[in-house]
Design a protein around this ligand. Structure first.
Ligand SMILES: Cc1cc2nc3c(=O)[nH]c(=O)nc-3n(C[C@H](O)[C@H](O)[C@H](O)COP(=O)(O)O)c2cc1C
Length: 363
């Protein structure tokens, strides 16, 4: 079987990170793939029907390869803890914080969600049938049957590691490539074999450690915003880079104007790791809800995905109202390097011109 890079034949070494929550519109995914990179659909919050519809839209816009990404369940006994259940206790202080934001947004009082909305088996089936060339995942390792089924279909399989130990576990499970997600990365931490705080290794240190630990291609991710980051990642041994934050600035990205304004304003020091929005540590631009809930103390915040479901009505209303103080503004520490808004094809051209120039300079 050819290696994943050979099988995909990308003309640029750039993966647009899957970004569950809507930033990665089909238009963005297709634009990246059409320019020779690999667009990714973050499907973790989508139903099976939505995965099928989203993939169909991507396929209508490109005949190139794209990836579908899911959230794996943490392994039994994982130090990151099991998934929260709908009936788990919710601290009164969380209700108070949510009630204040609901009132400020003109919403009814917050209520306990009936369902948490992740149906992994159905999502896997839909992902396998989506026409995507790659199945990627984070938060753990997909079940062996899912990985085997993807491989049987000729799909590439990519897992996410935040430590060399996790990278080795992923290769033992049969992945074709590993994303090395550094601590700078925007969005959720992929950690699944360590307590979160013990897996905060920066991209510069993590990539070569994982390159040395595994024999599959390594994809550098976290804080890479321009050609300098791409050139550096390649020098560290990465075959590809996976970029999230920088693609949120593209004209095709599906984030609201209030979020884009924060991306243009913020610098790396404005980002924090928080459990306030979803119950699982993720990096985003600090804002009011994050500060208020984090101040309550970690122990009071429900786990993922219960907290995610609890904050959903607030986030949906805040999006419609343009209220950035109640949005989960996922962004990496490189956010201060955000370029002006442009189409994804122009961004890729700019990134690669810069990276290739640097490679020439160093030759
Ligand atoms: C808005 C946003 C949503 C994300 N959602 C996902 C996701 O659904 N699945 C995933 O594997 N990674 C997700 N990530 C993490 C990215 O895969 C990647 O590790 C990260 O964006 C890299 O750091 P950067 O943002 O500094 O480029 C997300 C990142 C962002 C910024």
């Amino acid at each position: 079987m050819p290696s994943l890079p050979d099988a995909l034949g990308l003309s640029v070494p750039i993966i647009q990170a899957p970004m569950a929550g809507g930033g990665d519109t089909p238009e963005l995914v297709a634009a990246v793939s059409n320019r020779g990179g690999l667009g990714s659909v973050g499907a973790a919050y989508l139903t099976a029907e939505q995965i099928a519809a989203t993939a169909a839209r991507v396929r209508a816009l490109t005949d190139r390869s794209f990836a579908i990404n899911l959230f794996a369940e943490p392994p039994v006994g994982s130090p990151t803890g099991p998934l929260a259940l709908p009936e788990d206790p919710i601290d009164p202080a969380i209700w108070t914080a949510l009630a204040a934001t609901h009132e400020s947004l003109g919403l009814q009082a917050p209520r306990r969600p009936a369902a948490l909305g992740l149906a992994l088996d159905a999502q896997i089936t839909a992902a396998l049938e989506s026409g995507a060339a790659v199945l990627s995942f984070t938060f753990g390792i997909l079940p062996p049957a899912a990985i085997a089924a993807a491989r049987d279909r000729g799909m590439g399989v990519i897992g996410t590691a935040t430590t060399p130990v996790e990278a080795v576990a992923l290769t033992q499970a049969g992945v074709d490539a590993v994303v090395a997600q550094g601590a700078e990365a925007g969005g959720h931490r992929g950690t699944f074999l360590h307590p979160f705080a013990e897996a905060m290794i920066g991209t510069m240190a993590l990539v070569p450690r994982i390159v040395d630990a595994v024999s599959v291609p390594v994809i550098a991710s976290g804080g890479i915003m321009d050609g300098r980051g791409i050139a550096a990642a390649r020098a560290l041994g990465a075959v590809w880079v996976q970029l999230g934050t920088v693609f949120l600035t593209c004209t095709e990205a599906g984030v609201p104007p209030a979020y884009k304004a924060e991306l243009a304003r913020a610098d790396g020091g404005d980002t924090r790791i928080t459990r306030a929005y979803s119950g699982r540590p993720a990096r985003g631009i600090a804002n009011r809800f994050m500060a208020d809930v984090d101040a309550l103390g970690d122990a009071r915040i429900p786990g993922f995905p219960l907290q995610n479901a609890l904050t959903r009505p607030m986030r949906t209303a805040a999006k419609a109202a343009g209220r950035a103080e109640y949005l989960s503004l996922w962004a990496g520490q490189g956010v201060g390097l955000a370029p002006p808004a442009m189409p994804a094809a122009a961004l890729i051209d700019r990134l690669m011109a810069h990276a290739d120039q640097l490679a020439d300079d160093y030759r």
